[in-house]
Design a protein around this ligand. Structure first.
Ligand SMILES: Nc1ncnc2c1ncn2[C@@H]1O[C@H](COP(=O)(O)OP(=O)(O)OP(=O)(O)O)[C@@H](O)[C@H]1O
Ligand SMILES: [Mg+2]
Length: 317
């Protein structure tokens, strides 16, 4: 991995208030801003599997594209982009509910509606799905399937609107506002994606509140890490055959790992270079397909971290 130009970590001792997330390193400045550095880490099965060249730049720039495309729908946390891997935003109180929106019966994790549906469940997330739906079928309308936001690496649990209100996670007014925002953002995402030959099948939003109680879109939006995209031209045939439509996601690395071990129990063997390089290509292809722009890797600086350090020097305290 040392031969690749990657950003596996972004520890910058001159910056205060560090929170090391699974993928992004966060620094809270005393003036209420939050610096969010997207590293190249790829995480799955609750662990970091590898560093993928340019993944952090792809994620930051994909989110930037979508923040700009949706700024008329709802306010977002963005203040500035001092580096291709970095967004500086308003630090918010993140609401303890992740707003997952799904347009299709899809997914592989235990909280995904396809997994539950296949296990015979019809009532989930406070809604009822009809019998007879098939894998990856388009839902009559997009649905919100919220999960608890497990801070500090815990597991996300499915919630219904009733759970959210009963547990006091959100007020009725907050729930109404985030739901409306999420559905409008998703509709915009699906429409723009369709113009580019893509299907935005599902995604996850995080919202927070500012000091005045306003609800603001935080975190990332419609990135390959937070979303499932399908190639629209592959959908019909795949759906008819009952197979998964073509997509760009973490499946190459995930598949390589699950073919070799139980990632929740065993030590994961080192991911080979060709798998890492392939995955890098997948992320770059995703950026280009989603935005319609050529990806221009930032190769300035001795290392990615050296470049970011230089660009963030004005924020040092
Ligand atoms: N504007 C913001 N203000 C405060 N926190 C934010 C803001 N935007 C994003 N965050 C939080 O910053 C972190 C981003 O880092 P990352 O996504 O890598 O963490 P994570 O491992 O997913 O952490 P977590 O398990 O808490 O989600 C998340 O915890 C996210 O909720
Ligand atoms: Mg996160």
């Amino acid at each position: 991995m040392s031969m690749l130009r990657t950003l596996p970590d972004a520890f910058i001792p001159e910056l205060p208030g560090r929170y090391n997330g699974k993928v992004r390193e966060n620094y809270d400045l005393p003036d209420g801003r939050r610096i969010i550095i997207a590293t190249d880490r790829i995480s799955a099965f609750d662990r970091v599997l590898a560093a993928i060249p340019f993944k952090g730049q792809v994620l930051t720039q994909t989110a930037r594209y979508w923040f700009e495309q949706t700024a008329d729908i709802c306010p977002n946390h963005v203040l500035e982009y001092p580096d291709p891997n970095v967004v500086v935003g308003t630090r918010l109180d993140i609401l303890p509910v992740e707003i997952v929106v799904r347009g299709y019966l899809a997914g592989t994790t235990s909280t995904s509606i396809l997994t539950k549906y296949r296990a015979g469940e019809r009532s989930m997330y406070g809604m009822r799905l009809p019998d007879g739906l098939r894998d990856n079928e388009r839902l009559p309308q997009p649905v919100i399937t919220p999960t608890s936001k497990a801070f500090d690496g815990g597991h996300d649990e499915p919630l219904s609107a009733a759970d959210i209100l009963e547990q006091g996670l959100l007020t009725a007014d907050q729930w109404e506002r985030v739901s409306a925002h999420a559905l409008a953002l998703f509709a915009r995402g699906q429409a723009r994606a369709a113009e580019r030959g893509l299907i935005l099948a599902d995604t996850k939003y995080e919202f927070g509140t500012d000091a005045a109680g306003n609800i603001i879109l935080a975190d990332e939006i419609h990135t390959p890490d937070s979303s499932r995209y399908w190639i629209a031209s592959s959908y019909e045939e795949a759906f008819e055959k009952g197979s998964r439509p073509a997509s760009f996601d973490k499946d190459v690395v995930r598949a390589w790992v699950t073919a070799r071990c139980d990632p929740y129990r065993d030590t994961v063997p080192e991911i080979p270079l060709d798998v890492i390089e392939h995955t890098s290509r997948v992320y770059i292809d995703a950026y280009e397909a989603i935005t319609g722009e050529a990806f221009v890797p930032d190769l300035t600086g001795e290392t990615v971290l050296a470049r970011i350090r230089a660009n963030l020097a004005p924020y040092f305290t």
